[in-house]
Design a protein around this ligand. Sequence first.
Ligand code: AMP
Length: 420
Amino acid sequence: MKYNIPRGTKDILPDESPLWQRIESTAQSIFKRFNFKEIRTPIFEVTELFSRSIGDNTDIVEKEMYTFLDKKERSLTLRPEGTAPITRAYLQNGLHKTAPISKLYYIGPMFRYERPQAGRYRQFHQIGVENLGSEHPFADAEVINLGIHIFDELGLKDLSVQINTVGCSVCRPVIEERLKQFIQNNLNSLCTDCQTRFDNKPLRILDCKNKKCQTYFAGLPDIRKSICQECSDHFNQVLECLDALNISFTINPRLVRGLDYYSRTTFEIVSNQLGAQNAICGGGRYDGLVSQLGGSHTPAVGLAFGIERAVMILQSLETAATADDHIQVYLAPCDLDRRVRGFYVLNELRRAGIRCEMDYVRDSLKAQLKQANKLGAEYVVIFNDDTTKRQCTLKNMKTSKQGVFTFSKLKKHLQGVYTC
Ligand code: AMP
């Protein structure tokens, strides 16, 4: 082996890809029901888009971005997340002019230079939605509900919603001030990241995963006591909507999420089946991002979940069904001449919508029947001395019954079996 796959990436092999297809198609069918439309943006964007929107002092921007100069020395970055690119595309393509609300979804790879571990990759894949234009608490609840729908339909169990509010530009300074007052006395005992955040982004201290820091957070003032009336009303209405939809949730006052653009609602959907990396889905409101990127004030809310983590849970469930993609018909020609005719029939059957396969090398019928069994074929078409040039024998692998058909009758017969 001369080359290995880059650290933190993985090959998705044919064994696993049916699960990926199932997750993607389930999500897509639910997006249709919820009236979200697909958007596809480039894998890379100008670096500043991310540093401005996600925030200069965040882990993602400071440590995790795949940034490079192109041949004209422009700084570009492989997208670490989907919200900023979609907001950029929304503005650049004038979607805000065509409808008051844009409900968009995306599926694709994201890139973060993180320390790889189970469920954490450097290239991973997200499915996400953004609702741009609605300030209504229903929009927050709809997005959370959509996530739950997808996971329910996939059969993921043991999930819980954690939710919080981080206030808006009006009340954020009050929240941060209270937090700073509380933390000030223990500041020197906190990690260096927290100490830097204390001055720049005190709210993000709550996101620190350092065990020692967390011991100082017990008894922290509850953010909800410092938020303004509008934020409080909004949050309560989101919770009421979730109640009305029978979605159970836990309020987690420390859930601030690591990105700068969040305002008001933040949430995560957590799985008890995932171990350390237990968040399967994260999201929240980002009412200030569109205007920060040059548009007019446009409230927005979205979520994203990781396909790798959904796959991990599905693999751990007994119900993880594989796709029904076994071969239906196997063609077994017994010499070169017949192989050419078989090749013609193979093509005709495939055009008729039948999943079939043929061996290009072996003449032995025994070996080919063995291979047909291995592939799960229900029928084998045999081309040997028993039939004339335009005929073949069709063998039913379950009943072992067989009969002689002309090529055109064979096609009609199998079409009747498989496409009726
Ligand atoms: P985030 O964009 O950080 O809010 O993450 C949203 C979701 O994407 C998480 O809940 C995970 O399911 C998934 N995710 C984020 N980072 C990674 C990663 N490095 N590897 C695998 N999945 C990830």
